[in-house]
Ligand binder design. Structure first.
Ligand code: SAH
Ligand code: SF4
Length: 394
């Protein structure tokens, strides 16, 4: 399917018109300055555009009735309100949606394709966004890490994932919700209420753009998400963790996965640079962490590798003094993966030990496995995978 707006029209110069969608306030001001708007008008015009783009989800400059006709004409002459294209959409039997999104081409680069997953529940909807195309880290249980093409997404490309999702889910005034899957609805319930940076890429290797994107996503005059409902997951880039907290106020999730350096070195190779003790030290100092705002520790359950009772007890010991919750993630297999998921009884036993030590230890229900949308299954080399996923559910 392909229901996103068309590729931006090509003006006479042959250059592609830039889209205003995804711009920060400072970015919008620059776009307006380029139209020779007097400086004294810029602030007011930025506020108007902001409201149309991020509150109303406007797709057409002509809808902007409080903007003069002359300025609307100038805007549409130079810019668009185009979103990146949804190349494919897959809807899982459990209502999870996975979109393959093709970003507009930047210069001579191959157009970036990333995956974005929407996970609906009765009272909330979580969007799992990507921060990079691929990932330079090579965690051995993660499919994304096997992808070769890697680059940082721009601020606009990160924000555009939320815009595309809200368009598609009918979550802007005047749009209808899709009828082919669960989208939470009701008084005060938003289709996208939560965001997790758990798609492709290591968000702390793209910190500036992630922080700017968070600023736009949480702006009360626009997209208006709560900072407490945005979680950034990192494999443990120690020097950037404090900065993330200080600059964004986002919730933090740490991909821990092992309690001994020797094993974590193998599962998450970044551990060789930033070992467990250093990682936990910066978590203890994370700005704003408290019992009401706990740090999530993600722990993927790998059969016979990290799932023993002794490791569960060690996990509890290590996290002493950290306001933590522990999220056990059943390993999601992908073609050629060198691990298996722990048996269900093992996961329950592990979870009991953690729970009895006083930690919430929800086991993350795998969502969207049939469409390879679950954690760590994302990879945009999708043609091949789509075929395999189809086989898996047939
Ligand atoms: N790079 C960041 C965020 C993206 S990965 C990070 O590593 O935290 C999001 C989460 O999915 C991480 O906790 C990651 O460890 C986990 N994950 C990766 N591959 C997985 C797999 N095959 N099964 C289950 N979880 C996986
Ligand atoms: Fe990158 Fe996270 Fe996957 Fe590791 S788990 S390879 S850091 S996306």
């Amino acid at each position: 399917m392909n229901d996103a707006s068309p590729t931006p029209a090509t003006p006479a110069t042959g250059a592609v018109k830039p889209s205003l969608v995804g711009a920060t306030r400072a970015g919008l001001a620059d776009f307006l300055r380029a139209l020779d708007l007097p400086e004294r008008e810029i602030r007011m015009r930025v506020n108007q555009l902001w409201n149309w783009i991020y509150f109303h989800g406007a797709r057409d400059f002509d809808a902007m009735l409080n903007v003069s006709k002359a300025l609307r004409a100038k805007l549409s002459d130079r810019y668009t309100l185009a979103r990146p294209e949804i190349v494919t959409e897959q809807v899982s039997v459990d209502g999870t949606r996975k979109w393959l999104i093709r970003m507009a081409q930047v210069g001579a680069q191959k157009p970036a394709e990333i995956e974005c997953v929407y996970i609906p529940e009765a009272d909330r909807g979580t969007l799992c966004v990507s921060s990079q195309v691929g990932c330079t880290l090579t965690c051995t249980f993660c499919h994304t890490g096997t992808q070769r093409l890697v680059r940082n997404l721009t601020t606009a490309e990160i924000i555009a994932q939320l815009m595309v999702a809200r368009d598609r889910l009918g979550d802007f005034p005047g749009l209808a919700a899709p009828t082919d899957g669960l989208v939470p609805s009701g008084e005060g319930v938003r289709a996208v209420s939560n965001i997790v940076f758990m798609g492709m890429g290591e968000p702390l290797y793209n910190l500036d753009n992630v922080v700017d994107a968070l600023g736009v996503m949480t702006d009360g005059d626009g997209l208006s998400l709560s900072r407490r409902r945005i979680t950034v997951s990192t494999s443990g880039v120690v020097p950037q963790i404090g900065d993330l907290g200080a600059r964004s106020g986002a919730m933090l999730a740490i991909s821990l996965h092992a309690v001994r350096d020797e094993l974590r070195d193998r599962l998450v190779p970044l551990n060789r640079k930033y070992p467990i003790a250093e990682l936990l030290a910066v978590c203890r100092a994370y700005p704003g962490a408290s019992n009401a705002r706990r740090i999530t520790f993600e722990y993927v359950m790998l059969k016979g590798v990290n799932d023993s009772d002794a490791e569960a007890r060690e996990l509890v010991r290590l996290l002493k003094g950290v306001p933590a919750k522990i999220n056990l993630i059943p390993f999601n297999p992908w073609p050629g993966a060198p691990y298996e998921c722990s048996d269900w009884e093992r996961i329950e036993k592990f979870s009991d030990i953690v729970f009895n030590a006083g930690y919430a230890s929800p086991v993350r229900t795998p969502r969207g496995r049939d469409i390879l949308a679950a954690c760590g299954q994302l990879k945009s080399e999708t043609e091949k995978l789509r075929a395999r996923a189809r086989l898996a559910v047939e």
